[in-house]
Design a binder for this molecule. Structure first.
Ligand code: SF4
Length: 111
């Protein structure tokens, strides 16, 4: 298992937002639009929840040590993110992953 000492603060380099289950053409078009933006990924996680991931590093990452410069005052979401949820340890975290608009079209053709 990868530990925080072996990582470059991967979990501090993006945010994720819940996204309502897409149900019509307007929703799929909105997902295509989001995917036109650099650093955006949309996925259906293994719990069946749709998520939008936006790559953007936290302002508190110390880029020399990869430690948190705000550790004592870090938000609860950071405190709750344990090694068991680490994306480097988790393996496959999603059933469906869209990285570009064409991925949506391919998914809809198959489903
Ligand atoms: S506050 Fe600290 S632990 Fe939380 S995302 Fe930023 S660098 Fe990571």
């Amino acid at each position: 298992m990868v530990t925080c000492d072996e990582c470059n603060a991967e979990c501090c380099r993006y945010i994720t937002l819940d996204y309502a289950t897409p149900k019509d053409d307007e929703d799929w078009d909105e997902i295509r639009w989001m995917l036109l933006h650099k650093g955006v990924m949309v996925y259906l996680d293994n719990d069946g929840d749709w998520q939008v991931e936006i790559r953007t590093p936290c302002k508190h990452i110390d880029e020399k040590t990869f430690k948190c410069k705000n550790y004592d005052k870090r938000p609860k979401v950071c405190k709750d993110h344990g090694l068991h949820e680490c994306e480097l340890n988790e393996g496959d975290f999603a059933e469906v992953i869209f990285k570009k608009p064409e991925d949506v079209d391919e998914y809809l053709q198959k489903n």
